[in-house]
Design a binder for this molecule. Structure first.
Ligand code: CP
Length: 314
């Protein structure tokens, strides 16, 4: 694996191996007073974020530091991008400065693929990890969601997973739909027609418009954040109508099977897509997802920068 740009590039074996590797890292760190492995000593990892982030940026930084990499954080607002430097010149600059891996978040769909293609032209460039490109993909989010589901449900084979809400603007939904299907799950998108993307018929999913009808059939429900920042000031249905039809409130929680789990990638809009008490219920995995995010990102960095089949946890 040279880059991680899309879950559509992962075979079932590659995806499973990344999840297994993440669990090996978790086990290797459990109970240690000093959470530091020598795995990436001497390697330089740069996070390059052109959009806001808490979970993804921090967990990549923690992952790199726990593996002894040198981690540099570049934010667009405080870099020379603010003076008009092009994305390509920024990438060439970070390559020249010694980056072994670039972890990129950008508002343009396809930005990570574009950067990866530039690194090929320049030869021997850094590995590129897509940390979210516009409305396109967020592969490490899907991997950490799959790990959380595997830990809570056992195998994903035959499990029915509902992805609910603003699918249109969600890179989390696309990455999850493909990865969960690769791992054998049955994925149903539950959304109003206005919040489904053109081309969804080519995704490996079924589509429903009724959350109430689907909830009793699900092993897991993944709620998406309503991405108002990508909606040019307005969306249909209205916020109130959305919350009434697609919000997971206390009444709807009772429709779920007792063993079903609730995921949210964060940040959550409590009272919109998820009820206040639902978000804190023991069936919600929000903070487990964050913890798994660190181990998944360790596994991805290990695979891309070391790349052997030997465990990266020594
Ligand atoms: N889930 C996710 O990508 O969160 P951040 O935007 O905080 O990184």
């Amino acid at each position: 694996m040279r880059h991680l740009l899309s879950t559509q590039d992962l075979s079932v074996d590659e995806a499973t191996e990344l999840l297994d590797e993440a669990e090996r890292f978790e086990q290797a760190l459990t109970g240690r007073e000093v959470r530091k492995l020598p795995t990436l000593r001497g390697r330089t990892v740069m996070t390059v974020f052109y959009e806001n982030s808490t979970r993804t940026r921090v967990s990549f930084e923690v992952a790199g530091k726990w593996m002894s990499a040198d981690v540099i954080n570049v934010s667009a607002s405080s870099s020379s991008a603010g003076k008009g430097e092009s994305l390509r010149d920024t990438v060439k600059t970070l390559h020249a400065a010694g980056a072994d891996a670039l972890i990129v978040r950008h508002p343009a769909s396809g930005a990570a693929h574009q950067i990866a293609s530039w690194t090929e032209v320049d030869g021997d460039g850094p590995a590129v990890i897509n940390a979210g490109d516009g409305t396109h993909e967020h592969p490490t989010q899907a991997l950490l969601d799959a790990l959380t589901l595997r830990q809570r449900l056992g195998s994903l084979e035959g499990r029915r997973i509902g992805i609910v809400g603003d699918v249109l603007h969600s890179r989390v939904a696309r990455s999850n739909a493909h990865l969960l299907a690769t791992l054998g799950a049955e994925v149903v998108l539950i959304a109003p027609q206005t919040l489904l993307p053109v081309g969804v018929a080519e995704w490996p999913v079924t589509v429903s418009h009724s959350l109430d009808a689907e909830l009793p059939t699900l092993d897991a429900v993944m709620l998406l954040r309503v991405q108002a920042e990508r909606m040019n000031g307005g969306f249909f249905p209205s916020a109130r109508e959305y919350s009434v039809r697609y919000g997971l409130n206390d009444r709807r929680l009772a429709l779920l099977d007792d063993n079903a789990v609730i995921l949210h990638p964060g940040p959550m809009l409590r009272g919109m897509e998820i009820g206040y008490s639902v978000a804190d219920s023991p069936r919600a995995t929000v903070l487990e997802q964050v913890r798994n995010g660190v181990h998944v990102r360790m596994a991805v960095l290990f695979r891309l920068l070391v790349g052997t089949d030997s465990p990266g946890t020594q």
